[in-house]
Design a protein around this ligand. Structure first.
Ligand code: ATP
Ligand code: MG
Length: 361
């Protein structure tokens, strides 16, 4: 038997205490692992961590408590311990109701043998070690989950920074080169004899190609990270995104904002914007909606982003089996800014996404 078990014996009758001690001696339980108390008050005051006590042997008729309520009190104080009731022969029915209050077993004083006590102690030790292992795994699981969350958030931040840099480089470097090219082309164009129709037309084509490339470069740079987000703020970026969405999808989209976006930090701005983008992408891909209404406002405690489409809606229970990442990413982003994300979808009525981000006061 391990020495670490801690047994609490709560019994006020000296004769009964002696009886238990003898039984414990018989089954070689070291006395230093046992603490004898004579009332409930002492039990609540002891300075031993509740997790160390594997077994509480409890008499139900103590000077300061009586009956089965004692069990639920003791259960609260020692949530992980096995509670075994010590009872007289005459009140076995009380012992049975004590089992319903959270005790694991009962021993009848003067009747039960040391073998039975031994069994109870072994059971409690085993249970204690299972609980300890379970608690440890649980703590590890929580820590791992937290680490993964931090890693995801870190990766998102790096990704956003990279997108910003690449976007700027594409915009500035390629943009300048193309502008240079366009100037050179128009310089050469002036040197060409206007009679050389074939060459003049070819130059028109080249000029057109340069213009198209400038447009593409702008588009790519903007899609990576809209400059408007950093230059003009969230309201302007959401407005712009809504217009782009409408142009691309043909779905009418209106956006309004009631908040002053200048007070929002960059992380909040980026994550709200990315959630908005993913939501609108979902609307295009899945909703079959004809109208989207979106808004950004505040109720004093939170900033609220509301996006409603009048599409076909979906059953959220089906989504969990699909293993898609869009909604998961949106939730993750909302957690990163201490927000909460709610999706309400009614088949044939549409979908509403509500993101709430606490106002920092
Ligand atoms: N506005 C919407 N209207 C109707 N169904 C939607 C809407 N938004 C999401 N859904 C449903 O929820 C599912 C999960 O969306 P989610 O964004 O996670 O994945 P996805 O868009 O299919 O793929 P991805 O991982 O590329 O985003 C979609 O497949 C779609 O069935
Ligand atoms: Mg999606």
């Amino acid at each position: 038997m391990e020495k670490v078990i801690k047994i609490l014996l709560i019994e006020d009758n000296a004769g009964d205490v002696r009886l238990i001690l003898e039984m414990l001696k018989e089954i070689d339980i070291p006395m230093e692992s046992l603490l004898v108390l004579s009332n409930l008050k002492e039990a609540f005051e002891i300075d031993v961590p509740g997790t160390d006590i594997s077994l509480v042997l409890l008499d139900l008729t103590l000077p300061d408590s009586d009956g089965v309520e004692t069990v639920s009190e003791v259960r609260k104080k020692f949530p992980n311990s096995v509670i075994v009731i010590l009872t007289g022969m005459s009140d076995e029915h009380i012992a049975l109701s004590a089992l319903r209050e959270g005790a694991q077993d009962y021993l009848i004083k003067g009747e039960s043998t040391s073998k039975e006590l031994d069994k109870v102690i072994r059971f409690s030790t085993e249970r204690q070690s299972i609980i300890t292992r379970l608690n440890k795994s649980n703590a590890e699981l929580i820590a791992t989950k937290q680490e993964l969350r931090e890693l995801a958030s870190h990766l998102q931040k790096i990704r956003e920074e990279e997108r910003t840099t690449i976007s700027r480089e594409i915009h500035d470097e390629l943009g300048q080169l193309l502008t240079g090219l366009k100037m050179d082309v128009s310089w050469i164009r002036k040197k060409i004899d206007p009679q050389e129709e074939e060459i003049v037309n070819k130059f028109k084509d080249v000029n057109q190609m340069i213009d198209d490339t400038v447009k593409s470069v702008r588009k790519i740079a903007y899609e990576l990270r809209p400059g408007i987000l950093d230059d003009l703020g969230l309201n302007a970026a959401l407005e712009w995104q809504s217009m782009e969405f409408q142009k691309r999808s043909g779905i009418r989209c209106s956006f309004y904002s009631e908040i002053d976006d200048a007070i929002l930090n960059k992380e909040i701005v980026t994550n709200i914007f990315r959630i908005y983008q993913e939501t609108l992408t979902n609307v295009i891909r899945h909703s079959e909606a004809t109208r989207v209404t979106t808004g950004l406002f505040s109720d004093g405690n939170s900033y609220i982003l509301n996006i409603h489409d009048n599409g076909k809606g979906f059953d959220q229970a089906d989504v969990n089996t699909k293993h898609t990442l869009g909604l998961v990413g949106m939730r993750e982003r909302s957690t990163m800014i201490s927000g909460s994300l709610k999706i309400e979808s009614i088949p044939m009525k549409g979908t509403t996404v509500v993101l709430k981000v606490p106002v920092v006061k």
